[in-house]
Design a protein around this ligand. Structure first.
Ligand SMILES: Cc1cc2nc3c(=O)[nH]c(=O)nc-3n(C[C@H](O)[C@H](O)[C@H](O)COP(=O)(O)OP(=O)(O)OC[C@H]3O[C@@H](n4cnc5c(N)ncnc54)[C@H](O)[C@@H]3O)c2cc1C
Length: 428
């Protein structure tokens, strides 16, 4: 019987293909440390690895297994820039800040690949990313985006594709055009989680799975985290729970909202399959984005379905197969061997939420579906902050991120209505 995460539904293809996944014993007793980290996804593990390498004493706890949140279960697409496109950021924040945020994301991309390579983590990187228009009326936006990237943001790797090239590169007539970004790609995210945990542990970080934080407080210069198995007392705290924090810390919970997103993996399609012959990943222009790519063993890994409640749908495979068939009619009966989901942490402006939520305690999360490269880098920026340089983390701390309207009880129904309205627009 495969291991089933208690916090995210379904058994993922990543779990089936990750290879050795060492476990870490729960916390047992009271401990004292320099930094306590709650959450063992990319954000927390990256922070732990960088802090420990710098000689800081770190204790990291996770309520489940590392990677059982979004980090071990996502689409693996690195993307480019922030979740909000650079030209929109420029309109909102001015060129200087938009360019600084774009450059930060580029550094995040380079950092992820270098971290994996330097530490011998095989992350199955495959190059190339395509963004495609599911309505003809969006095609000009893609053309303009490629221009802006090259001329204003100094990023020459995005190229416009017309309908013909798009069809050839996707192996599908479903889309009307788009862009191809040769400066990014996609990875096996759980391999990065497992490797990051190894690096952190080898550098001296104390890592504990199946240890849920039940509370966090900060008084008189001391941060105290309680768990059912013991208490951690530290000088500083880092909350890296993203969309999985529940009621642990109310300020961040009001700003980061969980949205369920679901993925299916097909059987290997075979080397003669016309699907994505170049191996790029894809995202499309739908508000409920469809994102897909092939794996190193030739499966189509397809994400699309979203839900705006914390219930788990029972029909992930059937739903995903229907979405695949719209794009690849030849795959209408394809076998889906694995289907699973996880919670994406979104914010109102779709930019990360990084804040000192109580004295000496920083929260980082809410990457809004764009966290694979950013979350890893934010962990490094947190370590930089502890070492005395907060300038780069500050770029994110300075972003204005309003709380979701409606308070804790009404925000989910309000968001449900708003998002369903946008999802409806995808069809017209
Ligand atoms: C289905 C899906 C597809 C996605 N696809 C992409 C993509 O293609 N590209 C992209 O850039 N981003 C994508 N994302 C988003 C990306 O995965 C996240 O932004 C990123 O993994 C966030 O990492 P994190 O470490 O901040 O949070 P998480 O990985 O969610 O980790 C949070 C951890 O905190 C732990 N935790 C929570 N509460 C407690 C507590 N009280 N005590 C102890 N531990 C606790 C959880 O167990 C969990 O392990 C996707 C997300 C999902 C769910």
């Amino acid at each position: 019987m495969p291991y089933q995460s208690p916090i995210s539904p379904g058994h993922s293809w990543y779990e089936a293909s990750v290879g050795d996944r060492p476990s870490y014993a729960p916390l047992d007793g009271d401990v004292r440390t320099d930094v306590v980290i709650i959450g063992g996804g990319f954000t927390g593990l990256s922070a732990a690895a960088h802090l420990a390498k710098a000689g800081t004493r770190v204790v990291l706890i996770d309520g489940a297994r590392f990677g059982d949140g979004a980090s071990g279960r996502n689409g693996g697409q690195l993307g480019t820039g922030q979740r909000t496109p650079a030209d929109e950021l420029e309109a909102a924040l001015g060129f200087t800040r938009a360019k600084a945020l774009f450059d930060l994301a580029e550094e995040a991309k380079a950092h992820l690949l270098e971290f994996a390579s330097v530490n011998g983590i095989e992350i199955d990187f495959m190059p190339g990313q395509m963004s495609v228009a599911h309505k003809k009326r969006y095609v000009d936006d893609y053309k303009a985006y490629a221009d802006v990237m090259a001329t204003r943001f100094g990023y020459p790797h995005v190229r416009f594709m017309d309908a013909h090239e798009t069809a050839e590169r996707l192996g599908s007539q479903h889309y009307f055009g788009g862009t191809r970004d040769s400066g990014t790609g996609h990875i096996h995210p759980l391999k990065l989680v497992v490797g990051s945990a190894r690096v952190a542990a080898q550098a001296g970080a104390k890592l504990h799975e199946n240890t849920r934080a039940t509370g966090i407080s900060s008084n008189g210069g001391k941060v105290v985290v309680t768990t059912p198995q013991g208490t951690i007392t530290a000088d500083k705290g880092f909350i890296a729970v993203n969309a999985y924090g529940g009621t642990l810390e109310p300020v961040s919970a009001a700003h980061v909202m969980p949205i369920g997103s679901f993925i299916g993996a097909t059987v290997p399609l075979g080397s003669d399959s016309p699907v994505l012959p170049g191996g790029e990943s894809v995202d499309d222009s739908r508000f409920v984005v469809r994102y897909f790519r092939k794996t190193t063993d030739g499966r189509l890994l397809f994400g699309g379905r979203e839900i705006y409640t914390v219930d788990n749908p029972s029909d992930i495979s059937a739903h995903i197969r229907r979405q695949i068939a719209e794009i690849y009619p030849g795959l209408k009966d394809v076998e889906i061997t694995h289907s699973w989901g996880g919670f994406v942490g979104i914010t109102v402006p779709r930019m990360p939420y990084v804040r000192e939520v109580m004295p000496n305690v920083i929260f980082a999360g809410g990457y809004s579906g764009h966290g694979v490269m950013l979350s890893n880098f934010v962990g490094k920026l947190y370590a930089e902050t502890i070492a005395g340089n907060r300038d780069r983390l500050k770029l994110l701390e300075d972003l204005k991120i309003p709380a979701f309207p409606g308070g804790r009880s009404l925000r989910a129904p309000l968001l449900f209505l708003a998002l369903n309205w946008f999802a409806l627009r995808d069809r017209f």
